[in-house]
Ligand binder design. Sequence first.
Ligand code: ARG
Length: 490
Amino acid sequence: MSENHDDEGVVRRDRFSGGPARGFMSSLAADERIFAADLAVDRAHVVMLAEQGIVDEATAGEILSALDAVEAEGHAALPDGEDVHEAIETAVIERIGPDGGKMHTARSRNDEVATCIRYRLREDLLSAVEATLALRESLVEAAEAEAETVMPGYTHLQPAQPTTVAHYLLSYEAAFARDTARLVDAYDRTNRSPLGAAAFAGTPFDVDREKTADLLGFDGVLRNSMDASSARDFLLESASALATHATTLSGLAEDLVLFSNKGFVELSDDYSSTSSIMPQKVNPDTLELVRAVAGDAASGVSGLLTTLKGLPRAYNRDLQRATPHAWETVDIVSEATAVAAGAVSSATWPAETLESAAGEGFSTATGVADALAMAGLPFRTAHEVVAAAAERGGDGTPDLATLDASAEDVLDASLFEYVSRSDVEQALDPVASVESRDSAGGPAPAAVAAQLDEASTDLDSHREALAERREALDSASERLAADVEVMSRD
Ligand code: ARG
């Protein structure tokens, strides 16, 4: 592409052919991603120009037909150009002659490209939102099935307290719900139209910015034209929301890798691979890759931060290199989210292994201390009694005699002056221990049932938010198509 200097005449004057740096300057290949967006933006702009009497309707009709032909031939058939905007304009002029150049009245590539990126990113953000919803659904479904499956819970990767698989899974669902909300917020700030800002300083033509915003499905216009053509904080906000989500995702992936190592979860073969040399191996490769995607997303964010930092107003060509960071981030994070959803919904949780592991490492110690505190001992003193028993008991769970001996040491009284034997036995039993922790948000099946209800309600409202936004975009597309048709007919 960069060797072909022959066909540049129409938009680019020879003096600015680019010379040896032509290939370096061009974003045409990367702009394939915004080819459809540019056609929509061109159409909306031309319809508006005609409605405002800035371009006559006959010319507008010709331009719109030429755009149909350019669309039918596809991005690959575009003539050479510095970018997709220039190449499409060249293709229109090649078809209908110099009047095709009226398409670029009252705009600049600066507002055009900003509009195209926002237009396309919206779709990608909605797909990312959808991926988070599917992941959350898979977590909720697995949590419903494993509401009573007791498992060990960890802090510092040391056995801490028994919990349930449902409680564990819903901990991620709750975090992913915030990730969804951040993506929706990023969408809403992305969905504002820069079109009509021109290079940055507006235009003397009587443009109707609200009209093009409406035809392109934007929620309104960016009010300052210099901001409109310069701003890329929407890319940064979107990439940050995605990176935050990818970071949450990496925690889930890491847990599942660890759990599969301990036999606490069985991943389906579809989400595992084997070794090329060790035939017995079933490796959680997909989740390791999901874990790694947080690194990709962080690099997208830092690519954007460092590219955007310290740029002067208004448009600078650096911005061309900002855009791909956003595409790469949204693609890889959405894919990782979908893979994680598949891994979760196809995984099985071996209940017996989990339950027996849940009692290991005296993970019920807190429960025994709680029982003593409930009987009136200060919690700190109760903690001391149980800690002394833990020390005597070695690695395992101390028996009643050991606990009683520690009580004698610390309290000068028998343990059973405070609690009954059966209360202590209950506290030492992982299943009873989980059942007792029924505070709001806790792991007891009754508390988990409430969390499941809330999760489903949140999911419904996010599903609705997604559908509303998609419908708004679809109906704008219909309005644009209808206006284009009217104008092409006249
Ligand atoms: N390809 C450019 C970009 O992505 C389009 C805008 C070019 N504008 C300019 N003044 N050179 O930013």
